[in-house]
Design a protein around this ligand. Structure first.
Ligand SMILES: NC(=O)c1ccc[n+]([C@@H]2O[C@H](COP(=O)([O-])OP(=O)(O)OC[C@H]3O[C@@H](n4cnc5c(N)ncnc54)[C@H](OP(=O)(O)O)[C@@H]3O)[C@@H](O)[C@H]2O)c1
Length: 259
């Protein structure tokens, strides 16, 4: 895929009220893109609107991505403002932590709703608009844990593995339509994510060596511009994925010890 210029591109971005999504919005607007941002917290979206240097390039929608009517509203907004869509960024996500045996089905379904069904169904709705877009692309913000499962995060890993599989399959399916799919896999990132994670965070888990949201957003945007299909955003993450491919039993022992 050819390199992509961001100036004037029309982008629908979910999960823009904090963390990686907020940074993506700020940096994409600085680079000339137009954004419709989606999240549930109106006050945070308004704060972001107040921060942004070029307000004419930014609008937001208070919406829950797990709600089908809200997803329809987001797509209708793109249709009304732009008549098409160049980039869909499925970034909204949430996590759960703790043993599988003591968790329940309701928690698994909540995580899957946000991290898998919502981006998949928003993608389905967005396809007609993307077909009218310029160098159209779907960006799915996933995780290193979409490549290698770890203990105590079964629901989260399952949801991100599902998004990974969906992304690979869809990329191949949409190649003939020239709609691209980029899977972005951050490692631990310093955001509110761990404050909101469901379950019992027994130790200050996983924040060691965390990257900033600004770093992750800027690496994701580089991958988007370069037309890459997949990017793992830390050396530790890349090493873990390679170890898992080369010697799965050793990777199993490592993550069991670490977890
Ligand atoms: N932080 C990490 O260590 C890390 C590592 C790897 C991957 N990731 C992934 O990166 C993405 C962004 O996470 P983050 O670290 O930036 O966490 P964050 O600061 O908690 O941001 C999550 C965003 O998702 C939005 N969101 C959650 N549920 C939503 C819903 N039902 N409808 C609409 N928006 C919703 C939140 O907004 P509202 O609450 O306002 O709705 C917020 O804007 C997620 O997909 C996450 O899985 C994070």
């Amino acid at each position: 895929m050819a390199r992509r210029k961001l100036t004037g591109l029309h982008i629908l971005l979910t999960g823009a009220s904090s963390g990686i999504g907020r940074e993506l919005a700020i940096q994409l607007i600085e680079q000339g893109a137009d954004i419709i941002a989606v999240a549930r917290r109106a006050d945070r979206l308004q704060q972001l609107a107040d921060t942004i240097q070029r307000p004419e390039q930014f609008t937001y929608l208070v919406a829950d991505v797990t709600n089908p009517a809200d997803r329809q509203r987001a797509i209708a907004e793109c249709q009304q403002r732009w008549g098409g869509l160049d980039v869909l960024i499925n970034n909204a996500g949430s996590g759960a932590i703790g043993p599988f045996s003591t968790a329940d089905e309701a928690r698994l379904r909540r995580v899957m709703e946000v991290n898998f069904f919502a981006p998949v169904e928003l993608t389905r709705l967005a396809l007609p608009l993307l077909r009218r877009g310029t160098q159209p692309i779907i960006v799915n913000v996933s995780s290193v844990l979409a490549h290698r499962g770890v203990p105590q995060k079964t629901e989260y890993c399952a949801s991100k593995f599902a998004l990974h599989g969906f992304s690979d399959a869809l990329r191949a399916e949409l190649a003939k339509d020239k709609i691209d799919v980029l899977l972005v896999s951050p490692s631990t990132t310093a955001t509110e994510f761990f404050d909101k994670v469901e379950g019992d965070l027994q130790k200050p888990h996983g924040r060691f060596g965390a990257r900033s949201a600004a770093y992750v957003a800027s690496a994701a945007i580089r991958a988007l511009r370069a037309g890459r299909h997949e990017v793992i955003l830390s050396t530790g993450g890349r090493l873990l994925v390679w170890l898992d491919r080369l010697c799965p039993p050793l990777a199993d022992r490592l993550v069991a010890w670490w977890g």
